[in-house]
Design a protein around this ligand. Structure first.
Ligand code: NAP
Length: 467
């Protein structure tokens, strides 16, 4: 059984039954059957479905957003924005998908050409987290539909209400039976599912531990896997930066989703010349962040997604203090039954401490002083992760150094990093591998087929050429 608990109140919202082994088998069989049909559909049918799913999300925006805020605590305004982003995501793949799958011609030095065709591969299993409970799924679902694949979702245990609503949206948009199904299963059932011959590939967004388990099972079954794992993104501020904007965006980038985004700015790395000025202003703005009821429009951030998640962050703060870091302020557990934590700042974290290899998934910023540009890059790269990054400087030469030398899948210059349906999203190092979104994300789970064809030959001799 799954329990959905409102993290703002500690109250149970609903329970959901776990899928029985027979129920799971029936759903996997349905997926395999759906693929036999969906793989043959035209691009027009696929894009029409994507548009109808977008329409359904748009029409049900308020109901969908409410469920996300209730189940994992994000503010209602940001839940609405997330659903709107999903609508945009479906529409981008509906509009641009056919062009992304256009066969290409490759001239051969030996004469003639090879054609490159993108073909679907089968049911794709998605193991997804709770932090952006709709958007994370849409990042896999929209390309799945466009590719001609079918989708199976194992969503995070705490957002089963959201998982059911996504299935409802796709079904009510007129998708063929089995095209997209929610599997209410526990994580222990995932490895066996990956081994199932009817599952073609797997994509996981989540923690390193989950990534290791899924990659291991996929490796054993020799199946393609994409991993979108954690990060501890640097946010580098240089003397030439617009400090007002850097402070404003830095706070937003740290507290968005109550600090529970893989691409939150988790480490503010500030040049010594502006360190004090930045720290003063950043601290004042962090202290002003209002934690509270996700449905109150004046709330800046809701609770953490669960009491367990809040306790993990509190433990990390103890860990930081134990290694000599300074908790300047914040990180206070707020009174009441909700999983609230105040926004905080830590300074003086030793670069060789274990904390540097961890992700703080809560509204706590670590602030570091960098002696110069090289030092900033050294601190930024001195972690096992390589997901996103944000750099603040008006010097073009510094911008190019950061673009070239920061070890990350994404770098934002003078802006906060955010995902976009048209731009590849993903990391390097222990942040995972593969890309989501854009044509690159669409191509991850497709068969790039090379076709050699005798051109201008009569049909009969084409058959000979294939032998
Ligand atoms: P999580 O605990 O790893 O869970 C993610 C998903 O994996 C859930 O569906 C979970 O199921 C499942 N899972 C957990 N352990 C598993 C295992 N051993 N085998 C198979 N499945 C397993 O992560 P989370 O706490 O939900 O999400 C936060 C993490 O996701 C953070 O590390 C964050 O940085 C990362 N994230 C990364 C990106 C990105 O694009 N790189 C985006 C968003 C989030 P249960 O819920 O049932 O345990």
């Amino acid at each position: 059984m799954f329990r959905s608990v409102n993290p703002a109140t500690g109250e149970e919202i609903a329970t959901y039954p776990e899928l029985t082994p027979a129920g799971l088998e029936a759903r996997v069989a349905k997926a395999a059957a759906a693929f036999r049909h969906w793989r043959t559909t035209s691009y027009e049918e696929r894009t029409a479905l994507l548009s109808r799913v977008a329409d359904r999300f748009e029409a049900e925006k308020a109901r969908l957003a409410r469920m996300a805020s209730l189940e994992m605590g994000k503010t209602y305004a940001t839940s609405i924005a997330e659903v709107e982003k999903c609508v945009a995501g479906f529409r981008v793949f509906a509009k641009d998908g056919p062009a992304m799958l256009e066969p290409q011609q490759q001239a051969l030095a030996t004469g003639g050409t090879a054609e490159l065709h993108w073909l679907p591969i089968g049911p794709v299993l998605a193991v997804m987290p709770w932090n952006f409970p709709y958007w994370q799924v849409v990042r896999f679902l929209a390309p799945t539909i466009m590719a001609g694949n079918v989708g199976l979702l194992k969503h995070a245990s705490i957002v089963q209400g959201v998982a059911g609503l996504i299935e409802e949206m796709v079904t009510s948009a007129g998708a063929p039976e089995g095209l997209f199904q929610n599997l209410a299963i526990k994580s222990g059932a995932v490895a066996e599912l990956i081994a199932d011959d009817r599952v073609a590939a797997v994509t996981l967004t989540g923690s390193e531990g989950a990534g290791q388990s899924v990659a291991q099972a996929a490796g054993k079954a020799l199946k393609k896997v994409v991993l979108e794992l954690g990060g501890s993104d640097p946010f580098i501020v240089m003397p030439s930066a617009d400090l007002d904007e850097a402070v404003k965006q830095g706070v937003k980038a740290r507290i968005q989703n109550t600090g529970q985004s893989c691409i939150c700015a988790k480490r503010m790395i500030v040049h010594a010349d502006v360190y004090d000025a930045f720290l003063d202003r950043f601290s004042a703005a962090m202290k002003a962040v209002k934690a509270g009821d996700p449905f109150d429009p004046n709330t800046d951030m809701g609770p953490l997604s669960s009491a367990e998640q809040r306790d993990t962050v509190l433990k990390q703060l103890d860990e930081a203090k134990a290694v000599g870091a300074t908790l300047a302020f914040g990180g206070d557990r707020l009174d009441g039954p909700g999983a609230f934590l105040s926004a905080g700042v830590i300074t003086d974290v030793p670069l060789d401490s274990a904390l540097m290899a961890e992700e703080i998934f809560g509204p706590i910023a670590m602030v570091f002083r960098a002696a110069d540009l090289d030092d900033a890059i050294r601190i930024a790269n001195d972690i096992p992760f390589g997901l996103g990054s944000s750099v603040w400087t008006s010097e073009p030469a510094e911008q190019e150094r950061f673009v070239r030398d920061i070890e990350a899948g994404m770098t934002a210059v003078n802006q906060m990093l955010a995902s976009a349906p048209e731009a590849p999203f993903g990391g390097i190092k222990r942040s995972g591998y593969g890309r989501e979104l854009s044509r690159y994300g669409l191509h991850e789970f497709m068969n790039l087929k090379t076709v050699m064809r005798v051109k201008d030959a009569p049909l009969g001799s084409r058959t000979d050429a294939l032998d």
